[in-house]
Design a protein around this ligand. Sequence first.
Ligand code: SF4
Ligand code: SF4
Length: 493
Amino acid sequence: MTALAALIAASSVSVAKPITGPWPQAFPAKELCSNCGLCKSAVGVPSVTTACAFIGDGMARAESIEASVHGRARRIDESLDEAHFGVHETIVLARGFLNNAQWTGVATGVALAWLESGEVDAVVVTGSDARDGFGAPQPILCRTPAEVLQGRRVKPSLCPSLQVLDEIAGDPSIRRLLFCGVGCAVQALRALEGASPEAALGLEPDGLFILGTHCVDNSPTPQAAKRFVSTLPGIGAERAKDVLAYEFMSDFRVHARLRSVGESGAGEERGSSRQAEGGPVSLEADAPAAEEVVKAAYMTLPPSIGIPSIAPSCFACFDYTNGLADLVVGYMGAPFEGAKDEMVSAPLMVTVRNPKGRMMLERAVAAGRVQILQEGGHGGRALLSTGDRRPITMKTVSRDTMVQSLTTPGFVAGDRGAPPWVGNFLASIIARTLPKGLEFARYSIDYHFLRNALYCEDRMGEAGAARHIPQYAKALMAGYAEEMKELRRAGGS
Ligand code: SF4
Ligand code: SF4
C-alpha cells in the first residue's frame, strides 16, 4: 500500500461516525429504517449501503448470503417448504422452563445454555429499558447468565440491536459471540463488511452464532406500542404501564399479560440476578410473578389503530422467519388452543437451519433448559398442519386496513371497534375456520407477504419492489397472482 493509500484508508476509518441525528430522518433508509442499530455503530455504518435490509437490493440481498451461512441455498420446490420457512434441517416443537418469560423461555434457555457451557464469551439480547415506564427495547451485551435473563420479555417495537457492535469490536476478550435478534438486524449483521462480520468484530473465524426469533409487524416506537395497548378493552391508558407482554394469537385475539394491581415494581425485580455467585442460574430461583391476562378479540380494536401501530419497515419486510439465523424460535406454527392454552405454557416452534443451530439446541436440551416435545422433520412434516390457507389468506388481505388504504381511493379506517361481545363471538367463529399448526404459519406468512408487496410497489415503484422482494416471496405469492390482480382491479388501483 502506498503512503497515500494508507492515509486515505486511515482517514476513511476515522471518519466513520455513528449516526446520532433524529430517527428516521437522519438515517440512510429514511422512513423505511427499522432502527436495527447498524448505523449507530462506527463498525457498522460504513457497510450500510451493502448491508441495510431496506437499501438497494434490500431484503433480496439475504438470499445471496444464505449459501455461505447455511452451506446451501434455499430449495424453492413445489412443496414451498423452504420458501416459507427458509433453509432448514428440521422443525421441532419445544418448551422451556423459565419463569417470567414471554412464553416458556426457549430462546432465553438456549442463550443461557450456550453461554454457561463456555461456547461463547458474550451474548447480545434485547432487554427493556425500565426508565421510560413502558420498557423500550434496548440491546444488552451480556457476559453472565444473570444478564441474559434480562432478555426474557420485550415489547414488540423496533430495537437498535446492532448499536452494541462497537462495544463488541472494542473488547478483545470477546472472540465468540451469540447474537439474538430479529431478521432485519440479522441480515445487516451477516452482511457486515462484505459478509465478513467475524473479521469486522474481531471474532474468531466462525465465532459468530445467531439465535433468531420470528418477527412481524413491530411498532415503530414504544410510544406507538403503548398507544396500541391502551386501546385494548380491559386495559386503557391507565393500565398500559402494567402490560408486561402481548402477542397476536391464532385464536384471533390479542393476549396481554399485566402485572397485577399492587405488584408495581415487580418488573424491575424480574430483571435482577438471583444467581448464586459464579454458579448457574437456578431454574426455580425466580418465582412466577402475579399476573392478569386480558384477551381482546381483534375486531374490538379500532381499525384506525392498525397502520400507525406498525413501522413502515415492517410493511416492507419479507423475513418473518429470520432466514439467516442458525436457530429460530417462534410461535406461529405451533399448535395453540385458545380455550385452554396460555402463552406461558404453550409449545413453541423451533427451526434448526444448520449444524451450529443443531448444536445450540442440543446443548440447551442436555442442560435441561429446553425440552423437545415433538420432532417434526424437514418441512415439519410430522407436526400438526390442518386446513387450507388459500381462501382465508385472500379474505384477510382484502380486509386489511393497509391494503384498503392502498387499493381503495378515499378509504378512511373507522375509529371504533366492535363491542366486546360481538368481537368475541366473531373471533370464536373465525378461529374455528382458520388453519391450524404449520398451515396457520403458512397463512400468516402468505398474508403478510401479499400485503407488504402492495406496500412496496406503492412506496418503491414496480421496479424497486421487484428488486427488493426476495425470490422465495415471489414464489409464494405466485399462487395468488390472479386474485391479487382482481383485488387491484376492484379497488381501481
Ligand atoms: Fe441503518 Fe439499520 Fe436503519 Fe438501515 S435499517 S438505515 S442499516 S439503522
Ligand atoms: Fe425488522 Fe421485519 Fe421485524 Fe420489522 S418485521 S422489526 S423489519 S424483522
